[in-house]
Design a binder for this molecule. Structure first.
Ligand code: PMP
Length: 362
């Protein structure tokens, strides 16, 4: 009997797809998005620029004007920058040019699930190293896994999704110095941490930084990401990237968002950071709840009275969607909460207080 599935790589058949439950609630703080929409003046300027351009024509083969803006925005050279259809696309392209059967890839768990998925599809030998008991990075453990165990590629997400942990830049500098392989640093949330690793690019040709417009830049719906690396590494990754991967609308939006970042977006990022600190303090003051420090626009909480599934559904009943991360390694007791607008955060705090007040201790 015909069985086309037998032609799918066994490693792929054994993996679970990246998914998200389609639950709809008035307050959506489950995907680390910017709760504020892209400001109107940016949207209007993008519309004007896109209208003026022929839609029948392909985008520029090399998006030079976007790369130049990304260069001044990030402080890195334009020939070391690639733009992608979301940073997910660049993670994939980078994995395609570095990972084959048996390539040793170290990831620091719990983290964004796509790294393991992509590396595994390509046949990589994925090894985990773990955060410490406080969900902080353990640089000595990362160095051991990378250097002593002969890794080819190490992926570090900092601030880490889903824990918000930050990898100290001096520790990163030392890892880059001592490790012969490539260190992929996913800085999807760097705007909320304010301590970018770009200054390390000059000295370390083995550092590749990935970033996105989906979070602080409020453009999750438009799919733009970028990579910063040594120009010779960027030239190799280009080979695995599809031509014209960025459409003219998203490209124009990224350009305008950079041009208006300081006046229109940075204040929103600053507000989200102060809201994060307010939420952390107020949640810690609620009986039986603990919230962990974070350098991102989200954080993890642990409840000693309800299971994550119970607390998740109590919040859904009150119109609030958070992320149940209890299937991630080490996070069996945790939920992840993204920082919302101030009224959304107030509603979250009310819901948490009410839920836990109404619960009897077991
Ligand atoms: N990296 C991390 C750490 C993320 O959390 C996400 C999105 N959840 C991405 C990359 C993907 O970003 P993009 O929307 O740019 O593909």
């Amino acid at each position: 009997m015909k069985d086309p599935l037998s032609k799918i790589k066994p490693v792929v058949r054994s993996l679970s797809a990246y998914t998200l439950d389609p639950i709809e609630t008035p307050i959506k703080i489950n995907q680390n998005e910017n709760p504020f929409d892209l400001p109107e003046p940016i949207k209007r300027e993008v519309e004007t620029r896109v209208r003026e351009r022929a839609w029948s024509r392909y985008p520029d083969f090399v998006p030079a004007s976007l790369l130049e803006r990304l260069a001044s925005f990030s402080g890195w050279r334009p020939d070391g920058i690639l733009a992608g259809n979301g940073s997910n696309e660049l993670i994939q392209a980078l994995m395609m040019v570095t990972v084959g059967p048996g390539t040793r890839v170290v990831i620091v768990e719990p983290t964004f699930t796509l790294y393991r998925l992509q590396a595994s599809v390509l046949g990589g030998d994925v090894r985990s190293v773990f955060l410490d008991a406080n969900l902080a990075f353990d640089p000595a453990a990362v160095e051991r896994a990378a250097i002593d165990e002969g890794a080819d590629v190490v992926v570090i997400c900092s601030p880490n999704n889903p824990t918000g942990s930050f990898y100290d830049l001096d520790d990163l500098d030392r890892l880059l110095e001592r490790f012969d392989g490539i260190v992929v640093l996913d800085e999807a949330y760097h705007e909320f941490a304010g301590r970018p690793a770009t200054s390390l690019l000059e000295r370390h040709r083995n550092l590749v930084i990935l970033r996105t417009f989906s979070k602080a830049m409020a453009m999750g719906g438009l799919r733009v990401g970028y990579m910063l690396a040594a120009p010779e590494i960027a030239a190799e990754v280009t080979k695995a990237k599809l031509p014209y991967n960025l459409n003219i609308f998203s490209m124009a939006a990224a350009e305008v968002a950079i041009e208006r970042y300081d006046t229109l977006l940075r204040p929103l990022v600053e507000l989200l950071v102060s809201e994060r600190e307010r939420l952390l303090a107020e949640i810690r003051a609620i009986d039986d709840l603990d919230a962990f420090p974070s350098a991102a626009n989200f954080f993890v909480v642990r409840c000693s009275r309800l299971t994550p599934a119970e607390l998740f559904s109590r919040l859904v009943d009150r119109g609030i969607l958070v992320r149940n991360v209890s299937r991630y390694p080490m996070l069996g007791d945790f939920l992840r909460i993204s920082v919302g607008t101030p009224p959304e955060n107030d509603a979250l705090l009310d819901a948490l207080r009410d839920t836990l007040r109404g619960e009897k201790k077991a």
